[in-house]
Design a protein around this ligand. Structure first.
Ligand SMILES: Cc1cc2nc3c(=O)[nH]c(=O)nc-3n(C[C@H](O)[C@H](O)[C@H](O)COP(=O)(O)O)c2cc1C
Length: 498
């Protein structure tokens, strides 16, 4: 969305001063709460207790105000500074210049501007202007993007992306279970050329990596899912667009040519879910991924504490208005409670099949029993997933149950896995245990938050490079060469002791 008026003038000013501008409005919309409450919730999330008085959290802000008083700059509002971020509410254009001075002098990374005009239109927009140069830290693996994202994002949004349910056992376990699997490399095999390509539902993939469906990309970057889609397309990688995206299905479809899948939540209002599937189909999406682990939303305590406001789901505009005022907690929960259909059951997969000609994958399977049922009801693929540890806590890591699902399905449909994939070696392990491909969630968002489209391309690129390297060192010139005997799981080690 283009920016206009005073913010545009400021953007031009910053451009002249040599800053890289990320222009546009973030998709942060406080439709269900008053704007003041949204601002307060956000300020609380960054540790500001009082939102009435101006609070200075660092000497930078003191200097800033001193400068404004000294030069008699008109200043109407609050400026709050915490470390390297400035939060500016209700500001005048000239206050932006003072912030520019601060950015220049102190090397602040990011300025977040609440555009009050939009706030009063009950549509709080978050705009970000990222200072060029400061983010140019050399990245060697995808984990490092998390810290960059943490620095770039307001705490409330970072917590939303990072967090898991309750004790976050499964969140940690997703990563740690990969670390307990060892590799058995083979040597003296010709690895002068490595071919990572594979196929899924008849589509050729440049590597066994897909972008997992994750909602709310405009909370990470003003360009939202369009930036992610462009990066995925540039890397020849299939993106699964979330039902809860901030950019519409049509915006993503028209942003670039690529094979894409659409993820579906089945709502109580079946007509709304059906409409979105039909829109995706007519926009050229190639498969529907039905998420089945979310009859209600998991208890994500960080969101509850931060009073997280549900990101705007652009696809629902004109279709559904939900009154989801939370009583003190996260209104994500209240929104999910109002919308998601908890009565969804196996027979409803038949209903999903009846509203589309596209193949259907089912996402959120963790047991052999459910995998067999999924095949029985005629799905075209299974995603072994625990929603990145965000739904039921204390379920096993997805990688730990992948093999039993693969065995139960015995080749009837392709099996994908997501949760905790952070390294090329993780992808190699998943393939060895029978996955056709992996899906990657958080690292994509962290790349997006840190560097927009380029960041997402970096994340996918690093994972591809690492996989290629792993295949060479393990003696596997193609994906088909990766076999069960290339990995050793904790269960294998136990069996070898008996
Ligand atoms: C911020 C966030 C939003 C998500 N939104 C969705 C969603 O809208 N639909 C869905 O099926 N899964 C969603 N997921 C789950 C992901 O599709 C995926 O299962 C998970 O992120 C994989 O774990 P990883 O983040 O460790 O890679 C979301 C995950 C995160 C972190």
């Amino acid at each position: 969305m283009p920016i206009s008026g005073a913010p545009l003038a400021v953007a031009v000013g910053f451009a002249i001063l040599g800053y890289e501008i990320e222009a546009g409005n973030g998709g942060f919309t406080g439709v269900d709460r008053g704007p003041a409450e949204v601002v307060k919730a956000h300020l609380r999330s960054i540790g500001v207790k009082s939102t009435v008085a101006v609070r200075f959290l660092s000497s930078i802000a003191v200097l800033l105000t001193a400068g404004m008083i000294r030069f008699k700059l008109p200043f109407s509002g609050y400026i709050l500074a915490s470390d390297d971020q400035f939060f500016l509410c209700s500001c005048s254009v000239r206050a932006y210049y003072a912030l520019d001075f601060c950015m220049y002098t102190f090397g602040a990374r990011r300025i977040l501007i609440y555009n009050t005009a939009n706030m009063y239109a009950h549509s709080l927009k978050l705009q970000s202007i990222v200072c060029a140069g400061n983010m140019e830290i050399s990245i060697t693996n995808v984990r490092e993007f998390e810290e960059l994202a943490r620095q770039a994002l307001p705490k409330m949004f970072y917590d939303y992306f990072r967090g898991g349910a309750e004790d976050e056992f499964t969140l940690r376990e997703n990563v740690e279970a990969f670390q307990r699997i060892r590799l058995n490399p083979r040597v003296l095999l010709d690895v002068s050329s490595i071919n990572m390509s594979t196929s899924l539902l008849g589509f050729k993939l440049s590597s066994p990596i897909l972008v997992a469906p994750t909602g709310g990309h405009k909370l990470a970057h003003p360009q939202g899912e369009v930036a992610t889609a462009r990066a995925a397309a540039a890397c020849n990688t299939i993106m699964v667009l979330s039902f809860s995206s901030n950019c519409t299905i049509e915006e993503v479809a028209s942003s670039c040519n690529a094979i894409r899948f659409f993820q579906l939540y089945v709502y109580k209002r079946r007509d709304v879910s059906a409409k979105l599937v039909q829109r995706a189909e007519s926009c050229g999406f190639k498969a529907i991924v039905v998420t089945v682990d979310t009859p209600r939303i998991g208890r994500r305590e960080a969101d509850i504490k931060n009073k997280m406001v549900a990101p705007k789901i652009s696809n629902l505009e004109g279709l559904l208005s939900v009154d989801a005022n939370a009583d003190g907690g996260s209104n994500l929960e209240a929104f999910a409670y109002e919308t998601l259909d908890p009565s969804l059951s196996w027979k409803d997969i038949g209903w999903v099949k009846s509203i589309t000609k596209l193949p259907i994958l089912i996402k959120g399977i963790l047991t052999a029993e459910d995998a067999r049922k999924a095949v029985e009801v005629g799905v075209s693929g299974i995603v072994v997933s625990n929603h990145g540890g965000r739904q039921l806590d204390y379920v096993p890591a997805s990688i730990s149950v992948l093999e039993e699902v693969v065995q139960a399905v015995s080749g009837a449909v392709p099996v994908l896995v997501d949760g905790g994939v952070r390294r090329g070696t993780d992808i190699f392990k998943a393939i060895a245990l029978g996955a056709r491909a992996v899906m990657v969630g958080r690292p994509i968002i962290y790349g997006l938050a840190a560097k927009g489209e380029l960041g997402v391309r970096n994340v996918i690129g690093i994972l591809k490079n690492e996989l290629e390297h792993t295949m060479a060192l393990a003696g596997c010139p193609s994906v088909e060469d990766i076999t069960r005997s290339h990995v050793q799981t904790p269960a294998d080690r136990l069996r070898s002791l008996i």
